[in-house]
Design a protein around this ligand. Structure first.
Ligand code: DP6
Length: 366
């Protein structure tokens, strides 16, 4: 543990309790989603990744969460969770058990009664996972309460590192949403300050062209996915290829960061696409096996490859744990790519729908 970790990431922190007056108030944060280039798929212990990952933080796909609180006399975690102003008991149950699990870190959680109001900028029907933006926004709200009432976390680095740590406990990939630009999670040999416990901003070690990359999210299917990420990660424990995969991710991350430093677009594109296909190959080779791509996912991938070959434009794709395609390309070719999407791809999209996003600057206080 480095000094910052020792200071901020003390797991059990009994001093974070209100000794006299228990306050009422509210805090609000907006936090972005992110899209992984090298994928996190497989975890151990308490939310520790089996391999390091790296992602682009997005700009327009965000969650805004306002957390209201007042004194709680129940002596246990109490929260009502509203999504788009409607109480959502499914998320509420998950959040109660997450908050319960972090009471030793924030013992004041038992002293407050919460109402959380959350909304996403992306349509629910877009099939975009909201766990990264949602969990990071919630973690920021909790750290903001700590900062405001206990006079801790005054140093910006400490604040975001703790928020990243807490977000990771809620959903692994969420810990990468705490910073803008390019963010890693998991120890990477030779890259300082990388950790299995929280995300690290890598903007200083990549070419600036990547900091305004575009991501057009092509919606192939808007249905809720049938297999949760949590179950998918678990199946890596018995996947016969998992050890090779974890080794490969380490090799890929080193090669990807080198390519991003040197602005080597060919290598960037081939590693990014290989990572996406490997993620889905892991799903197909798990037992029970499952398949999240749809026929139009494959059609679009082939169209992207044809377009790249015909035009020489550096356009590549990645996939999340779902059928939708993230089309990644440098900002300088955005007009050309926009024409390509409209002319050649919209027929294969759900309701002809795609979302324009790009690499963003990270969370904002509201
Ligand atoms: C395919 O972060 O959603 O998006 O830690 O169980 O909440 P939990 O999983 P989650 O998994 C994300 C998987 C991925 C790849 C990635 O974002 O790195």
């Amino acid at each position: 543990m480095n000094t910052l970790e020792k200071k901020t990431l003390v797991m059990e922190n009994p001093s974070l309790v209100f000794k006299s007056d228990i306050p009422s108030g509210s805090v609000a944060w907006q936090s972005p989603s992110n899209i992984a280039l090298v994928k996190y798929w497989g975890k151990k212990d308490i939310q520790i990744p089996c391999n390091p990952s790296v992602s682009f933080t997005l700009s327009t796909s965000t969650t805004e969460t306002r957390l209201e609180f007042e004194p709680n006399t129940e002596g246990r975690v109490s929260i009502e969770f509203y999504l788009d102003k409607v109480r959502n008991e499914k998320f509420e149950t998950k959040i109660v058990s997450f908050l319960d699990s972090i009471v030793p870190i924030f013992p004041f959680l038992n002293q407050l009664k919460f109402k959380a109001y959350s909304s996403n900028t992306f349509p629910h029907s877009a099939g975009i996972a909201s766990s990264a933006s949602g969990m990071s926004a919630l973690a920021l709200c909790l750290c903001a309460i700590e900062k405001q009432y206990f006079n801790t976390l005054a140093i910006e680095n400490e604040f975001y590192q703790k928020a990243s740590y807490i977000a990771r406990l809620g959903s692994g990939s969420a810990c990468r949403s705490l910073y803008g630009g390019i963010v890693s999670w998991g120890e990477i040999a030779g890259v300082t300050n990388t950790s299995n416990e929280y995300g690290t901003c890598l903007n200083d070690v990549v070419h600036p062209d990547f900091l305004n990359f575009k991501d057009s999210i092509l919606i192939v299917d808007a249905a809720q996915k049938k297999v949760s990420s949590r179950v998918g990660h678990g199946l890596m424990n018995t996947n016969p290829f998992s050890m090779e995969r974890f080794k490969q991710a380490n090799t890929n991350i080193a090669a990807l960061l080198k390519a991003m430093k040197e602005n080597d677009m060919e290598t960037f594109m081939s590693i990014t696409e290989s990572e996406a296909l490997t993620l889905h190959a892991m799903m197909m080779t798990s037992m029970p096996y499952f398949l999240l791509m749809k026929p139009n996912t494959i059609t679009l991938i082939e169209k992207i490859w044809d377009y790249r070959q015909q035009t020489g434009n550096p356009v590549c794709f990645t996939l999340d744990a779902g059928p939708n395609i993230h089309l990644l390309y440098p900002q300088r070719i955005e007009n050309e790519v926009s024409k390509f999407i409209k002319a050649d791809l919209t027929n294969f999209l759900h309701d002809s729908c795609w979302l324009e996003d790009c690499v963003g600057n990270g969370p904002k206080i509201v």
